[in-house]
Design a protein around this ligand. Structure first.
Ligand code: ATP
Ligand code: MG
Length: 162
């Protein structure tokens, strides 16, 4: 696994980082977001959507629908909220894996309980509240594709044993 850590000091900085990730995506990427209430998960999705060329603005988590799809840009984005999801089959039933194969990007908020359910190659982003406007973002890439996307952010990385 490849790991990188960075602190952002504003919501804009978090969005910009996520936007850079979105610009690097080619379709088929899975991004898992882990972090408490207000950690910045949706903020991250907003930037990611912009980087994918999506015009429709992400304003909130899709909580009550499990998934919200954004289209009309360079790459479609499927935005999931796993908070009320009970088992992994619920993701599969939305078509998540077919959409990935079709070149969508999937981003999943509250992914903690389902790490490992989305295949061997995912980019995990753990967000921690450090201060009022400071967030610590830890990226973990678990395969070749996610490692390449992480590399595109230009952050110093370290290799860790899985
Ligand atoms: N460096 C930062 N990065 C991201 N958000 C920040 C930062 N500093 C402050 N914030 C604030 O933290 C909040 C993050 O909210 P956001 O909805 O993105 O969190 P969330 O993790 O999706 O929460 P929830 O689990 O409730 O959906 C926003 O109010 C944002 O303005
Ligand atoms: Mg949210």
């Amino acid at each position: 696994m490849t790991r990188a850590v960075i602190e952002t000091t504003s919501p804009d900085a978090t969005e910009s980082l996520a936007e850079a990730l979105g610009r690097a995506c080619v379709g088929g990427e899975v991004v898992l977001l882990v972090g408490t209430l207000g950690a910045g998960k949706t903020c991250f999705v907003r930037g990611l959507a912009r980087g994918l060329g999506l015009a429709e603005r992400v304003v909130k988590s899709p909580t009550y629908n499990v998934m919200h799809g954004y289209a009309g840009g360079r790459i479609p984005l499927d935005h999931y909220d796993a908070y009320f999801v009970r088992d992994v089959d619920e993701f599969a039933r939305t078509g998540l894996f077919e959409f990935l194969a079709d070149g969508h990007v999937a981003v999943i908020e509250w992914a903690d309980r389902f790490v490992g359910a989305f295949g061997p190659d995912v980019l995990e982003v753990r967000l921690d509240v450090v201060g009022e406007s400071t967030r610590r973002l830890e990226f973990v890439a678990t395969g070749a594709q996610s490692r390449a996307r992480l590399a595109s952010l230009g952050l110093p990385t370290t290799e860790v044993k899985s």
